[in-house]
Design a protein around this ligand. Structure first.
Ligand code: FRU
Length: 463
């Protein structure tokens, strides 16, 4: 039973997109090669999958304003991970079981059809309800909702969401982020043999924080990995410095079908990274997109509200296991974006200043593992200390001119680093993704100054 008129909602959507698309695009901070909403707010990547050669990425979308609310699923497709085509939204909040938002979820291909699993968010008299729902498509563009298939079981609150589904042999499984009745965060597992009828298996992990959002389970080189975004972790020195955390833990399955987790490791040490989702592509790569954002008070300081949009996703990253750590590397396809080569193995002996465009890739090797400092557009500073093996990133915020810091440490030394800048975002990959920092930044329009200080060999491309 439809409770909102789908036709009307689609009309309102068309109107808000067509009225504001140009305003959004002309914002100097709007990304040129990252995925962002055509208008309004974007948050989590959803339904991330490669199906019949085409990459499909969906995302949490509030087109009508720059706050959170009753989310739609936006949709983009690509065959090369860098050129993205905007498709019609896949899911709209039109039913009794999803009227306050088609919340996060995932995709699975089965019998030549593409299935989306998502959470129907419902608020009744201020009380939350959560339903895990399915939609199906034969062409990957038009989705038909099949309804709600899982409701909240005994022992859990309505913070029960974000299904990530996969197939193993003849069986299907899904994990959900959950909150126990005593307000402790955890992850639960369901199984099905037909994708439609689901049986609760177990609570597989949990015990700290008040809610674990967006779980993602997979194997990487035969190690069991659980990615999750636990809310309510205390800052621990230079760890867990963001309002909400996002990371992974290696696990081992136990006989009682629990996944015994090792300690939690943050995936990204930057200011803006949350709710990532992975998929295995047809080349066998484990690829990740994250939300380059954070649902907290700082959202109000983004200057892009006035131009009717906020937030963006990260670039796609390949996950690689090295020893006891997951490395995140920019996908090789990012090289397709390279235009002019600006600096070509430029040797930097001490302090050098360049004027660089706002969409640029920087590759540098750190000669003799020396200390270095890079300052970017007068707003971000990256400092490496060889003695402490520590990278310190600072950012001038719009919040009362405050300077904020984030830290990452390498096991040995920094040999090289790789930076992607796109108008108002910066992603820093140290040592091929041993440590990664993702962040938004809002530099003055006319500041193009990048200053290197150290013993570096630097190449840059306009993107
Ligand atoms: C994470 C999250 C999810 C939820 C979605 C709503 O950022 O809170 O748990 O499904 O965003 O947009």
């Amino acid at each position: 039973m439809e409770i909102f008129n789908e036709g009307q909602l689609k009309k309102q959507l068309e109107k808000v997109v067509s009225t504001n698309r140009e305003i959004v695009k002309q914002d100097i901070y709007y990304p040129s090669y990252h995925i962002a909403a055509p208008v309004g707010l974007i948050n989590d990547p959803n339904g991330w999958i490669q199906w019949n050669g085409v990459y499909h990425l969906f995302y949490q979308w509030m087109p009508f304003h720059t706050g959170h609310g009753a989310k739609l699923w936006g949709h983009v497709t690509s065959t090369n991970l860098v050129d993205w085509k905007e498709e019609q939204p896949a899911l709209l909040p039109t039913e009794v079981y999803d009227k306050d938002g088609c919340y996060s979820g995932s995709a699975i291909a089965y019998n030549n059809k593409l299935y989306l699993f998502y959470t129907g968010n419902v608020k009744k008299d201020g009380k939350r309800e959560a339903y895990q729902c399915i939609a199906v498509s034969e062409d990957g563009i038009h989705f038909e909702k099949l309804g709600a298939v899982i409701s909240v079981p005994e022992g859990y609150t309505a913070h029960f969401r974000d299904p990530k589904v996969w197939q193993s042999g003849e069986m299907f499984y899904l994990v959900l982020g959950a909150q126990r009745q005593d307000e402790i965060g955890c992850v639960v597992l369901y199984q099905s043999n037909d994708l439609l009828n689901w049986e609760f298996v177990n609570e597989i992990a949990g015990g700290y924080g008040y809610m674990w959002e967006c779980p993602d389970y997979f194997q990487l080189d035969s190690r069991d990995v659980l990615i999750f975004s636990p809310q309510g972790l205390e800052q621990d020195g230079e760890k867990n410095m963001n309002t909400f955390q996002s990371g992974y833990a290696f696990g081992k399955w136990q006989e009682d079908k629990t996944l015994q987790l090792d300690s939690f490791i943050e995936l990204d040490k930057g200011f803006d990274f949350y709710a990532p989702q992975t998929t295995l592509d047809e080349k066998g790569r484990r690829l990740l997109f994250g939300w380059m954002g954070m649902a907290d008070d700082d959202e109000q300081y983004h200057p892009t509200h006035q131009n009717k949009w906020i937030h963006q996703l990260t670039i796609p990253r390949e996950l690689v296991l090295k020893g006891e750590q997951i490395y995140q590397q920019p996908v090789a396809e990012m090289q397709l974006l390279r235009k002019e080569k600006l600096l070509d193995n430029e040797i930097i002996a001490h302090k050098y200043r360049f004027s660089l465009p706002r969409t640029v890739e920087i590759c540098a090797s750190n000669q003799n593992n020396a200390d270095f400092t890079i300052s970017i557009f007068g707003i971000i500073t990256i400092v490496y200390s060889a003695k402490s093996q520590k990278i310190t990133v600072s950012r001038n915020t719009l919040k009362n001119g405050e300077i904020e810091f984030r830290y990452g440490t390498v096991k040995n030394q920094v040999d090289d680093f790789h930076v992607f800048i796109d108008q108002s975002s910066l992603e820093l990959f140290i040592n091929n993704g041993e440590v990664v920092f993702s962040m938004r930044m809002f530099p003055d329009a006319d500041n193009h100054v990048v200053e290197f200080n150290g013993n570096l060999v630097v190449s840059t491309w306009k993107l």
